[in-house]
Design a protein around this ligand. Structure first.
Ligand SMILES: [Zn+2]
Length: 144
């Protein structure tokens, strides 16, 4: 379950205030597990990964709330686009990084934003930050 939590934190933590709750609420963990189980059931039925399917959805469409409500943010559950991290308010690539804990021991995150279509810089900055800090290796006291 920690990989689900970590991936969610990294991909959409800057968009979802529920990541500041620790542990994540059962309602959120339930949705994460639901998606993972559905994906793995797809494999047991013989479906392979289908990242190509997401290329059929225009970026501006997955940033549209009304379009997402009608179509979902990915055309295939066999893609790895579990979370709609494209839909941030700034419409630029972004990643959330563990950056410490609040006075109450809740996890904090640092949002790294790049310019349009410059994900590589965002990843390089995120990697450099993780090399310079240890926050991504620490857990809140409540997590044990
Ligand atoms: Zn898979």
């Amino acid at each position: 379950m920690s990989i689900l939590r970590d991936v969610y934190f990294a991909q959409v933590g800057h968009l979802d205030p529920r990541v500041q709750l620790w542990p994540f609420p059962d309602s959120l963990m339930g949705r994460l597990i639901e998606y993972l189980v559905a994906h793995e059931v797809g494999h047991t039925l013989g479906y392979q990964h289908n990242q190509k399917a997401s290329s059929t959805y225009p970026v501006d469409s997955v940033r549209s709330r009304t379009w997402i409500k009608r179509m979902g943010h990915a055309p295939s559950i066999m893609d790895y686009s579990r979370f709609n991290y494209v839909a941030n308010l700034a419409t630029v690539p972004a990643i959330g990084l563990p950056s410490g804990f609040s006075k109450n021991g809740l996890p904090l995150s640092l949002a790294v934003l790049g310019t349009h279509f410059d994900e590589s810089t965002v990843y390089r900055v995120a990697y450099a930050y993780e090399q310079a800090t240890e926050w991504h290796r620490r857990w809140p006291a409540a997590a044990g």
